[in-house]
Design a protein around this ligand. Structure first.
Ligand SMILES: *[C@@H]1O[C@H](CO)[C@@H](O)[C@H](O)[C@H]1NC(C)=O
Ligand SMILES: *[C@@H]1O[C@H](CO)[C@@H](O)[C@H](O)[C@H]1NC(C)=O
Length: 378
């Protein structure tokens, strides 16, 4: 008996020790000398002393007609850019600003990172680079949640927002059938990982680091997370980027996965302090566009939740592509369409402001207003 209880005690202590270790975040790698990852980009200093790294593209800021800030996705950096053609950039006079989100690439980690700080980072970046009172924001994939944050926290600074395959949270306030259907479509390994991100965020880092169970295909960017078409588009894209030598895939998480990937997942899947479906229309007089672009076949971002959110926000223009998956913006010319609509509104597309388009396979487009016919293809 004595031996047994000793064993139990030792096991309990060992388990506690493991849990304590597991829940303690590893210290972030401090960028720059001495000994930290080398900083290779220009950076601005934020009010709290952190730095954000950025990259400018397109026409010169002073001569630009439109200024856009792009928010990158999961495990990505500012180097990944956005698929808008040079023709469009020149024709429309677009200045493009890419930046590394806090904890990614050359931007300092933010131990206090939150939905709100991700929006104020964008605002401070815009001010440091003198983009003026208003600017455009494009959020891709995981960069979609900071774009929602911008709509919620800094709507007065926005000229327009495009969300391209924006990430969704299965714990938003959703009708049970919507969350059940969407969650049920996920791979069981994704479900497990997202569940931990929501219910036990302090264990997520240990979960992603452990080797006994295979973790989420979505988090790992594995083949299972993509449609065949996505995979074709993305492998080609990655090949080109590798050959050009411009992108170092290790750069995104050079400060460790805790400050980059884990924070992303725990903020996205955490309990939000605002409900995206209750955000007020930032452009009540129709002076700007807010759009969501979603592929019907996307395996990473489930269409059911996107549709529900779009339906609740009549001022959002919802575009659903029947054949697209998560690589939607990289499909032929769609990146250009996203940008054109964002900047020119309906002027050039010939669509109606109140237009909302729903495309589903084998079903003719459904639109809540009479403007469907003039709304373009996607
Ligand atoms: C959920 O239920 C509502 C109301 O019955 C229905 O209109 C909607 O299509 C359902 N959504 C899903 C994803 O099942
Ligand atoms: C835009 O849609 C509204 C509502 O359906 C309609 O009344 C209006 O005539 C449309 N305008 C144009 C220019 O198509």
């Amino acid at each position: 008996m004595v031996a047994l209880s000793k064993l139990a005690l030792v096991s309990a202590v060992a388990l506690l020790g493991w849990a304590y270790q597991a829940t303690r975040p590893p210290p972030p790698a401090i960028l720059g000398p001495p000994g930290g990852p080398v900083i290779t980009s220009p950076r601005i200093r934020l009010k709290d002393g952190r730095h954000l790294a950025y990259r400018e593209e397109g026409v010169r800021r002073e001569n630009a007609r439109f200024r856009i800030i792009f928010i990158h996705g999961f495990s990505s950096t500012k180097e990944n850019g956005f698929p808008v053609s040079q023709e469009h950039v020149e024709e429309l006079g677009i200045y493009m600003l890419f930046f590394d989100r806090a904890g990614y690439g050359d931007s300092d980690a933010n131990p206090k990172r939150s939905l709100k700080s991700d929006a104020t980072d964008v605002e401070e970046l815009a001010d440091a680079l003198q983009l003026g009172d208003k600017f455009y924001v494009v959020g891709c994939s995981m960069g979609g949640y900071p774009a929602w944050s911008c709509l919620n926290y800094i709507p007065h600074r926005l000229a327009g927002v495009a969300l391209a395959a924006p990430a969704v949270n299965y714990w938003w306030t959703l009708p049970a059938n919507v969350s059940r259907t969407a969650y049920g479509k996920l791979h069981v390994r994704d479900r497990r990982t997202f569940w931990i991100a929501h219910h036990a965020p302090s264990l997520l880092h240990a979960w992603l680091a452990q080797k006994w169970f295979r973790v989420s295909p979505i988090v790992r960017g594995e083949r299972d997370a993509f449609t065949a078409k996505d995979w074709e588009i993305l492998t080609e894209l990655w090949r080109k980027k590798r050959e050009s030598g411009q992108i170092d895939p290790a750069k995104a998480t050079q400060q460790g996965t805790y400050e980059s990937l884990c924070r992303d997942a725990t903020i996205l899947f955490g309990t939000w302090e605002f409900d995206p479906t209750e955000i007020k229309n930032p452009f009540p007089d129709g002076e700007g566009v807010v759009s969501i672009w979603q592929g019907y076949q996307d395996k990473i971002v489930q269409v059911e939740i996107q549709r529900y959110v779009a339906q609740k926000l009549p001022w959002v223009r919802y575009h659903e592509h029947p054949e697209a998956g998560h690589a939607l913006p990289d499909m032929d010319g769609i990146g250009d369409k996203i940008i054109r609509e964002l900047l020119l509104g309906d002027a050039k597309l010939g669509a109606n402001r109140s237009c909302r388009v729903y495309h589903t396979p084998n079903v003719p487009p459904v639109c809540t207003s009479a403007c469907a016919r003039s709304s373009g293809t996607v």
